[in-house]
Design a protein around this ligand. Structure first.
Ligand SMILES: [Zn+2]
Length: 383
């Protein structure tokens, strides 16, 4: 079997297993996707005369311990970043890369991406000509990936009816927090002080955040603690929405503040979420900007396409965190090799700010390095 098809199949299986419980404790009968992924892997290994996994638990072990570039499959060059895993070793939760592979498969893309929910929100608000509701919904998803059940029921009223008819969509996108996040002794869940999603307890009392950016900052910081049974229980935003709406949203809001600070006119999520932000410079140049923090430059490159032209723009840019280039020096070259469209342009956050300053005509040498120094603080002081 083609290595790309196989990886998509295994990634989809791991995501599916994580939805029904802990991938490490799967029992017979296995979900269809998982059985199919196991069959595909065994067949591929036999064809390549490699030792196959003997069971689904062994395939899960591979996903959690064996970097994908060392699986006995034939893959195009650079299609997986070196040393990357499909499941996090400590928590057995799907990694960001695993989700990227799962949505690369057409038959599972809709199920595992954020698209189906965001498209509903966008369509409803467009029909009602209510952009404020779309924006309020999006802000909620960015700021509050965790809610108590009471907050979930009272929130549409609490935000002054700004969610419009999207209130009932909250019951689809927030689901009871999985038991894997529960501290059984304290009977509580702890959120991350930086990104506000739930932290995963690990052996020895440590806590783990799914956001690479939070882990990069060194120690995980405890945020709000939620008692398991208070206020009707704890609700967690679905993972694809955390990965593709909350996380980029935090970065888009930060960039928007920085761009506004240097004199650009910025609108977040214009055209009912047609793209991440519309940046207008005083000379009239308009940029359509999306934040794309992807683990795999190849999979990101395959999706490269300009956003819808409404509202209109002159140039479109995908912004990646500079930290990705540090971890993965070939990121840009690999992205370029896999892209099929000449746009959008790929820039780091700093390059975008530099480009905006040039367009605005306010290049200030003293500010050139300020963004680097402020990165950590800006992220912590977001809310
Ligand atoms: Zn975090």
């Amino acid at each position: 079997m083609d290595g790309v098809l196989l990886l998509r199949s295994v990634a989809t299986a791991m995501v599916r297993l994580s939805e029904v419980g802990d991938p490490g404790t799967a029992t017979l009968p296995y979900p269809d996707e998982a059985q199919r992924a196991l069959n595909n892997t065994v067949l591929t290994c036999l064809l390549l005369k490699a030792r196959p996994p003997e069971s689904l638990p062994e395939l899960v072990e591979w996903a959690a311990h064996r970097p994908v570039d060392r699986w006995p499959v034939r893959l195009p060059p650079d299609v997986v970043p070196p040393e990357s895993l499909l499941l996090d070793e400590a928590t057995r939760q799907p990694t960001q890369l695993c989700y990227e592979w799962a949505v690369d498969a057409e038959d599972s893309a809709a199920r595992h991406s954020e698209q189906r929910y965001m498209a509903i929100a966008s369509r409803r608000c467009r029909e009602e000509d209510y952009p404020e509701a779309y924006r309020a919904f999006r802000l909620l998803l960015v700021r509050r990936p965790v809610l108590t059940h009471r907050e979930l029921t009272t929130l549409p009223a609490a935000v002054d009816g700004d969610l419009g008819s999207l209130g009932d969509l909250l019951y689809d996108v927030y689901q009871p927090a999985p038991a894997g996040y529960l501290d059984w002794e304290r009977r509580s869940y702890t959120s991350c002080a930086r990104c506000h999603t739930l932290l995963h307890p690990m052996a020895g009392g440590a806590l783990w955040c799914e956001q690479r950016r939070c882990r990069d900052l060194g120690t995980v910081r405890r945020g709000r603690e939620y008692q398991a049974d208070d206020d009707g229980g704890v609700q967690l935003l679905l993972r694809p929405l955390r990965q593709w709406v909350s996380a980029p949203g935090v970065l888009e809001m930060r960039l928007a503040r920085q761009l506004t600070g240097i004199g650009a006119d910025v609108e977040l999520w214009p055209g009912f979420g047609a793209y991440g932000m519309r940046v207008r410079c005083p000379d009239g140049t308009t940029l359509a900007v999306d934040h794309k923090d992807w683990a795999s430059p190849a999979l990101l490159g395959r999706r490269a396409a300009p956003p819808p032209p409404d509202p209109p723009y002159d140039r479109c840019v995908w912004v990646m965190p500079a930290a990705r280039l540090r971890d993965h020096p070939d990121f840009r070259a690999t992205f370029e090799r896999y892209r099929s469209s000449a746009s959008p342009e790929l820039m780091t956050d700093r390059e975008l700010l530099r480009t905006a300053r040039q367009l605005i005509g306010t290049v200030d040498p003293d500010h050139r390095y300020a963004d680097t120094a402020r990165d950590g603080e800006a992220m912590e002081g977001l809310f």
